[in-house]
Design a protein around this ligand. Structure first.
Ligand SMILES: Cc1cc2nc3c(=O)[nH]c(=O)nc-3n(C[C@H](O)[C@H](O)[C@H](O)COP(=O)(O)OP(=O)(O)OC[C@H]3O[C@@H](n4cnc5c(N)ncnc54)[C@H](O)[C@@H]3O)c2cc1C
Length: 375
């Protein structure tokens, strides 16, 4: 059986990895580059129990455990480590001393959100590329190209994907194109997948401890934002904030920051820590995360298209939930059912399909795209 996976983000890479571990022939088609979109530009923050009480709980808990195993299992290092995580407020001169040595006096911590038992991180680009490399070691083939449609056999079962005018034969197809999965809504009946843009900076600052921050920041002009700061094992510090409803570009490589957003984020970071100076910035970037109307991932078979699976809509938890998603998709394809996580809350059929045609779908992105700024 040959499975063609459309998209080389964290979700596509995890599906490829777990499918190759089950001995399945895998082809991954990626148009821009592995981890070139949100999977390379996200925070990479992981939490054991922050999804408890929601439909995501089993997926998140299983994923958190798999994240701990994957570096050893693959023999690869993508900066996985445990962290202590704090909540706080920032932006005003609140006290005479900093709560943590690397923070300024304008930060007041309010409590601990997670310990090394419950919160962790990966470098998301290295994680995605590492999983893809492990899949390739296991026999997967990576093809550069843009998927533009699917083909069916006479019985209506999927028979392949169209890539740059050619057809790649497939017995099964997995749609894992992140926010660009909305394009597939023009080929078959899928729920609408919206895209929310987020901005981020990466600083080259050594010796910041493994202390993650979730802050409510008051800006000088009366504005506010919710920066998240993640020092990484490679000596960089990642900071993100500022969501927007900007339109999703056709080409993932064309994603750039909104005017003024990077300057705002740089000012916030400088207020939070004197070590986060603009001359230390090594990446100024933006990316889109995929989200369905109810905020839950969309994982399962697509109605009316036998052999086509979808795995997207992971919103702010796509790096966390990639491993259990990939494992479950591989279980369904190779064994008929998911063994570790009940996928029924994520069934694509729970949501109405969007009407075919990308134009209508794109309009919906702007209206509903920016509802969820925080986890
Ligand atoms: C600012 C920000 C911070 C975040 N922080 C975290 C975090 O700390 N922890 C966490 O768990 N999650 C986080 N997320 C969410 C996470 O990044 C996403 O949920 C996740 O990366 C989505 O992965 P994906 O594989 O579904 O999509 P993507 O990463 O978007 O990958 C989709 C891939 O498909 C390719 N593609 C698109 N169209 C085609 C086509 N037609 N043919 C072939 N290939 C195609 C694209 O080039 C792309 O590489 C964050 C998101 C943002 C925006």
């Amino acid at each position: 059986m040959r499975v063609v996976i459309c998209g080389g983000g964290a979700i596509g890479a995890a599906c490829a990895y777990y499918l190759t571990r089950r001995g399945t022939e895998v082809v991954v088609v990626e148009r821009t580059g592995v981890a070139s979109a949100a999977s390379g530009k996200s925070g990479g923050f992981l939490a054991l129990d922050w999804c408890d009480g929601s439909a995501l709980e089993p997926l998140a808990r299983r994923s958190f455990a798999l994240h701990a195993d994957l570096p050893g299992e693959t023999g690869r290092d993508w900066g996985y480590r445990r962290m202590t995580t704090y909540a706080g407020v920032s932006g005003m001169k609140m006290r005479g001393r900093a709560d943590l040595p690397w923070l300024s006096e304008a930060v007041a911590l309010q409590g601990r959100l997670g310990t090394e038992a419950t919160t962790a991180q990966v470098h998301p680009a290295l994680f995605t590329q590492g999983l893809m490399a492990a899949a390739i070691d296991g026999g997967a083939r990576l093809v550069e190209g843009e998927v533009t449609g699917l083909t069916q056999d006479a019985a209506g079962h999927v028979s392949g994907v169209r890539v740059d005018g050619e057809e790649i034969a497939a017995d099964r197809v997995v749609l894992a194109m992140g926010p660009w999965s909305i394009r597939a809504g023009g080929w078959l009946d899928l729920p609408a997948i919206h895209a929310v843009k987020g901005h981020s900076l990466v600083y080259d600052v050594q010796d910041v401890p493994a202390e993650a921050l979730f802050l409510e920041h008051r800006e000088g002009d009366g504005g506010s934002a919710s920066p998240e700061i993640f020092p990484r094992a490679d000596g960089t510090v990642y900071a993100c904030a500022i969501s927007s409803e900007a339109a999703l570009p056709d080409d993932p490589a064309a994603t750039g920051p909104d005017p003024g957003a990077i300057e705002r984020l740089e000012a916030m970071c400088l207020a939070i820590s004197a070590r986060l100076t603009p001359d230390r910035v090594i990446a100024r970037q933006a990316c889109f995360r995929p989200i369905a109307a109810d905020g839950l991932p969309v994982i399962g078979l697509v109605e009316g298209w036998p052999g086509v699976h979808v795995a997207t809509g992971h919103s702010v938890w796509g790096i966390l939930n990639a491993p259990a998603t990939g494992e479950a998709v591989a279980d369904v394809i190779s064994g008929g059912m998911s063994r570790h996580v009940d996928l029924s809350p994520f069934d694509p059929a729970r949501l109405p399909p969007m009407r075919r045609g990308p134009a209508r779908a794109m309009r919906r992105l702007g209206r509903e795209g920016a509802e969820v700024e925080r986890r």
